[in-house]
Design a protein. Structure first.
Length: 209
């Protein structure tokens, strides 16, 4: 069963307040989103397996630890997820990057897949699916559906703010996926926006307000 982890580290909470503020402009918003993503990557990678490796220090032969097991791929959900990629790559520079594009059909309100480009070996990798918002959960569920359909078996979902409704929907649809968020917010409004939230993350990242 996947678990929900809310990251209450003081640095993450401080930076989250900055991007919630409606007066924060595009440049600072973009920078701080990446800073939060970098901090979150540190926590998301906490349970990565280690193996022994023999090295030579300037003084002696020594057995030390290095990362083992699954390699990593970062999968942003387009377009807002792009805002979290560079921060995570700062910490995990060897990770590959795939992309999943979703848009919401205006009539059905269901997410529609329009673009998927992934590393060829996703079945061998830990996939970190990133999107600043987990609102209704529709896009996250559809993106993870698309990844599993193509062979993915190890997935974590990473967002900045989540609504309880989205967490519940994602947990029910994909109970094997761990969810990491910087904040579990109060609820969704009648338009599907997270409250208190941070507005439309894509528009704020790319200045398309």
């Amino acid at each position: 069963m996947g678990k929900l982890q809310v990251m209450e580290h003081p640095l993450i909470q401080h930076k989250l307040t900055i991007i919630r503020d409606k007066n924060t402009g595009t440049k600072v918003f973009r920078e701080v989103v990446n800073e939060i993503a970098r901090l979150m990557a540190y926590e998301v990678s906490r349970d990565m397996p280690l193996q022994d490796v023999e090295i030579e220090t300037p003084l002696v032969q020594s057995v030390q630890k290095e990362l083992a097991g699954k390699k990593v791929a970062i999968i942003p959900i387009l377009r807002a997820g792009l805002g979290m990629v560079d921060g995570m790559l700062d910490l995990i520079p060897a990770a590959k990057v795939g992309h999943v594009g979703m848009y919401r059909d205006h009539d059905t309100l269901e997410p529609v897949e329009y673009f998927v480009k992934l590393p060829s070996d996703i079945n061998e990798r830990l996939l970190l699916v990133v999107d600043p918002m987990l609102a209704t959960g529709g896009s996250a569920i559809a993106a993870i559906d698309a990844l599993k359909k193509r062979g993915a078996t190890s997935i974590k979902f990473v967002c900045l703010v989540a609504a309880p409704e989205g967490v519940k929907a994602l947990e029910e649809a994909h109970p094997d996926v761990d969810i990491f968020t910087a904040s579990l917010d109060e609820r969704l409004d009648s338009n599907g926006y997270i409250l208190p939230g941070l507005g439309d993350a894509g528009d704020r990242l790319f200045g398309t307000l």
